[in-house]
Design a binder for this molecule. Structure first.
Ligand code: PEP
Ligand code: MN
Length: 375
């Protein structure tokens, strides 16, 4: 049994499909609402405008906010649950909020919140998730599990398993991007291959994409949302606010309900291929993984060239030749052996290294010629 098969057999989740418990479920499921509940008017105005779009099923609002730094707005607390209840009564939306501990769960149940979610910071901590799971035993409520802050699929799976083991069967995962050292322009790098791996391991688990927390900027939201649709994700969670500029949290990534309607109207929903939809979905997902990996290769090559130029300057300043045979031999030997261990052909790695090395040498000599000519 391969490692993946072993994992798969353990993840025999019993998940109730969305059409069994969501009124009029159709893909993509849209979850929207402010990052935080701030006051009753902000919440009601946002909800009423969202209702007019006719596209939203679940209204989200954070009541307790996990803020990176203290003395930021940390949410309104229990009072906000009363406002959320009014939204539910007045608009008919299902309501959802984040819980980080058993006390939050207890209050949400008391105030009849419809759906709970565990946030990225909480999911990164198995103690917290286990506490939440324990407080959910015997309760029949849908739970959404965000991916942990760090790119660790096992941690995400672990949280889903803990919630599932507590008896929860209406489970969704939320892909909200990952904190990485690279800064490719996103607040949280999407690393699309992780939700794809999750989908392969748990085909019945609906995965919702959260373009707001991936993008961190409102102008990037449409592209991320489209990509999520292209990846055949089940739905989108997008933060909206009646007055986004003045939001007390995540102001730069929130949009108005009207802007949400425009983004949703422009989404291109792909038609499933006539002959074999499943084949095409998997092919698309694999191709997206390839695109992502190729982007990473390009970024890595660009960083390598930058360092190689630094080395070039350093060698020049110390009057050392550009090409050093011993070093080159070592590079080739080590990389070819390492590549072979990873299943890459020796000749392929050799040719690849030659190409990279040739470009490095060219850059280093160009740089010396160019710098020499400087007055
Ligand atoms: C949120 O949804 O407002 C939130 C705090 O998200 P995350 O846990 O993904 O950071
Ligand atoms: Mn937020």
């Amino acid at each position: 049994m391969t490692q993946e098969d072993q994992l798969k057999s353990k993840l025999n989740f019993n998940i109730v499909s969305l059409d069994k418990w969501l009124p009029d479920f159709k893909k993509p499921l849209i979850i929207s609402g402010p990052c935080s509940a701030e006051n009753e008017k902000q919440l009601m105005d946002t909800a009423e405008s969202l209702l007019k779009t006719g596209r939203v099923t679940v209204f989200r609002a954070g009541i307790w906010k996990p803020r990176t730094r203290p003395n930021s707005f940390e949410g309104v607390g229990e009072e906000g649950l009363l406002w959320l209840h009014t939204v539910k009564k007045e608009t008919g939306f299902l309501t959802a909020t984040e819980v980080a501990n058993p006390r939050h769960v207890e209050l949400c149940l008391k105030h009849e919140v419809d759906i709970l979610w565990a946030g990225a910071r909480t999911v990164a901590n198995p103690f917290s998730i286990q506490d939440i799971a324990d407080s959910l035993k015997g309760v029949d409520i849908p739970v959404m599990v965000k991916n942990p802050v760090n790119p660790d699929l096992d941690l995400w799976l672990g949280a889903l398993e803990r919630i599932h083991n507590a008896g929860i069967t209406k489970i969704l995962a939320i892909h909200r991007g990952f904190s990485t050292l690279r800064r490719p322009g996103f607040r949280n790098e999407p690393l699309w291959e992780l939700p794809v791996e999750l989908k392969i391991l748990c085909p019945d688990l609906p995965i919702i994409c959260d373009p707001s927390h991936i993008a961190g900027r409102r102008d990037l939201i449409p592209n991320v949302a489209q990509k999520a649709i292209d990846m055949d994700m089940t739905g989108l969670m997008i933060e909206s606010h009646i007055n986004p500029e003045n939001a007390l949290s995540d102001a730069s990534q929130q949009i108005t309900p009207e802007e949400l309607a425009v983004i949703l109207a422009r989404l291109v929903i792909k038609k499933p291929a006539v002959f074999n939809p499943e084949f095409n979905t998997i092919l698309d997902q694999l191709r997206t993984m390839i695109d992502e990996l190729d982007d990473n290769i390009m970024r890595t090559l660009a960083s390598r060239m930058e360092i190689s130029e630094k080395i070039g300057r350093y060698k020049r300043d110390n009057r050392v030749t550009i090409f050093q045979l011993q070093r080159w031999k070592e590079i080739v030997k080590r990389r070819v052996d390492a590549g072979e261990e990873m299943g890459l052909g020796r000749n392929f790695v050799k040719q690849l290294l030659k190409l990279i090395h040739r470009e490095s040498i060219n850059r280093q000599s160009e740089l010396i010629n160019h710098d020499d000519k400087e007055p």
